[in-house]
Design a protein around this ligand. Structure first.
Ligand code: AIQ
Length: 373
């Protein structure tokens, strides 16, 4: 087990990379999908179940945990890993994105963001310095810079202004983070869908130097075509020997397209959140288990899936417990969806290792072209 943070690219296939991130709390196989554990839990999952799906790392949220139960309380109880019984790597987002999407009475200045909690209306402030302090109190292994992600639609001038602020905040994040061996600080590229701004952001981040680089400001409603258009050039603007993390992505076909374009890490609430609404993601596409067509169907959700839901339960049962709003419905569909996402990542890693990514991608799309599944 290493005491340092490092990244090694083991194989390439076109722009795609297969590698491993080594951290004191364990290794992360890339390309990696990171389940989201917003309030110190991946909803409807025990930590050992998250591990059983194949996840090497999960996400926490500065914004949610600073409000409840507070970072100071988690630190006093031994840190987030002990608190939530997950001893593998944790990446925490820096809070700015969640403030803009969840909090009210927001006031954005050069200093940071003042806001009212969406939970109880209490007043709070986040800045690069306070975000670094919170993520240190939580004990997360990969810390994200405090950034500002502009809401769409935004003019070029607004995107440029926001990106420049985020780059000043990136420097302040770096300065406040200090020297913490074994812990990593990731910069976040902004610049919307404008190539020159993306290049300017990448140059600013390179000059500050980070352990990894995120592509931020995407998956905010621009659509897959525009997102892939940015990924056709933006990842290559970032240091080749460092992990590249695409934030907030995505559906299975978003993930495949992002890996083809050089992305190493992704996270999304989709598999867990949609699992709680009865949506099953499979190699043949999306299945809505609330649909009455399943009520007499003895088959598993996905014949080719090895997860507990597909091994031990019928579609008829999943339909029943989802319609009855039984807790096990959320448990089984979340487990299945996270297991499928990790299966997809393992398939991508294997394909890159054997130079067979093009065939894997063609097969991925061919399997989803069918009708009712
Ligand atoms: N689409 C998107 C999603 C997220 C949340 S990622 C996440 N946090 C917690 C769970 N998942 C982003 N976060 C930051 N800091 N910056 C971004 O530009 C950004 C963009």
């Amino acid at each position: 087990m290493t005491q340092r943070f490092s990244f090694e690219v083991e194989a390439r296939d076109g722009r795609a990379r297969k590698g491993v991130i080594s951290t004191p709390r364990g290794e992360i196989r890339t390309p990696a999908f990171m389940p989201v554990g917003t309030a110190a839990t991946v909803k409807a999952m025990m930590p050992e179940s998250v591990c059983a799906t194949g996840a090497d790392i999960l996400l926490g949220n500065t914004y949610h945990l600073m409000l409840r139960p507070t970072a100071e309380r988690i630190a006093g109880l031994g840190g987030l890993h002990k608190f939530m019984n997950w001893d593998r790597p944790i990446l925490t987002d820096s809070g700015g994105f969640q403030v803009m999407s969840l909090a009210s009475l927001r006031k954005l200045t050069e200093e940071g963001v003042r806001f009212a909690s969406h939970i109880d209306g209490s007043k709070h402030m986040l800045s690069p310095e306070r975000s670094m302090e919170i993520q240190k109190l939580l004990g997360s292994d990969i810390v994200m810079c405090f950034d500002e992600c502009p809401a769409l639609p935004a003019t070029d001038a607004e995107v440029a202004k926001s990106m420049a602020l985020s780059m000043r905040w990136a420097q302040r994040s770096r300065d406040a983070f200090g020297d913490r061996p074994g812990h990593a600080l990731f910069g976040i590229q902004q610049g919307g869908v404008t190539k020159d701004l993306r290049a300017e952001s990448a140059e600013a981040l390179r000059a500050i130097e980070f352990d990894g680089y995120a592509v931020g400001g995407l998956a905010v409603g621009e659509g897959q075509e525009a997102m892939f258009g940015v990924l056709d050039y933006a990842p290559d603007m970032l240091p080749e020997d460092k992990p590249r993390y695409l934030m907030g992505v995505g559906k299975p076909d978003d993930i495949v397209g992002a890996v083809e374009r050089g992305i190493d890490m992704m996270d999304c609430v989709l598999p867990s959140r949609s699992g709680r609404t009865g949506q099953g993601w499979t190699r043949h596409g999306q299945v809505n288990m609330r649909n009455a067509r399943h009520k007499d169907d003895p088959r598993p959700l996905d014949e080719a899936c090895g997860c507990p839901a597909c091994r031990n339960y019928s579609r008829a049962y999943l339909h029943h417990v989802i319609k009855a709003d039984e807790i096990i419905g959320s448990m089984l569909l979340t487990w299945h969806n996270l297991h499928y996402y990790q299966d997809l990542m393992a398939g991508l890693r294997d394909a890159i290792s054997t130079g067979a990514l093009a065939g894997f991608v063609a097969d991925f799309h061919a399997k989803r072209a069918g009708g009712d599944i």
